[in-house]
Design a protein around this ligand. Structure first.
Ligand code: ZN
Ligand code: ZN
Length: 172
């Protein structure tokens, strides 16, 4: 988490805090799909997020779904305060491949930065290596960098200036 947090800090130029929290996940389990309802979990994260936090991303290890998709790696509200990301489908073992801790953390970091990007108002980008490119499969995540392309970076900088200017500069 320390490495991930340092990279997130670098991308967004805001302080990053990591906090452990316990949630009874059984309330979010859908027995029909044998997965966890991401929309409801997102609501829970919003409920638990600190009022001092500019953005909050809930990190999970369970299989997440939204009704229209088979699974999701993560999701966040566009221009919102909260998002969620799960490690579940980012692990090689999930695909019958050999465990690769470094790779799974790299993927985890990329999905977190991507979802945070949405929370800062960025939409999907067509640049093949930009972190804001959409990913359906882990291979798509592997092809991206964990950085924003030039265009996304300038949109993000604009957003940062707005946030700092409006004196709403809080902790990420
Ligand atoms: Zn996205
Ligand atoms: Zn981009």
């Amino acid at each position: 988490m320390d490495i991930i947090m340092a990279d997130i800090r670098k991308e967004f130029q805001f302080p990053v805090l990591f906090k452990e929290c316990s949630i009874d996940l059984s309330n979010f389990y859908d027995p029909g799909r044998r997965q966890y309802n991401a929309n409801e979990l997102l609501g829970k994260v919003a409920e638990l997020s600190s009022p001092n936090a500019l953005k909050t991303i809930g990190l999970f290890k369970v299989d997440l779904f939204i009704p229209i998709l088979t699974y999701i790696f993560g999701q966040a509200f566009l221009n919102g305060n909260t998002g969620i990301v799960s490690l579940y489908r980012l692990r090689n073992e999930h695909y019958g491949l050999e465990k690769d801790e470094k790779l799974q953390l790299e993927r985890f970091k990329k999905v977190i930065i991507h979802e945070l990007g949405h929370s800062f108002g960025l939409t999907h980008c067509h640049n093949p290596v930009c972190i804001m490119r959409s990913s359906t499969y882990v291979e798509d995540i592997d092809q991206k960098d964990h950085h924003f392309c030039h265009t996304c970076k300038s949109l993000l900088d604009e957003k940062r200036r707005e946030l700092i200017g409006s004196n709403k500069h809080k902790r990420l």
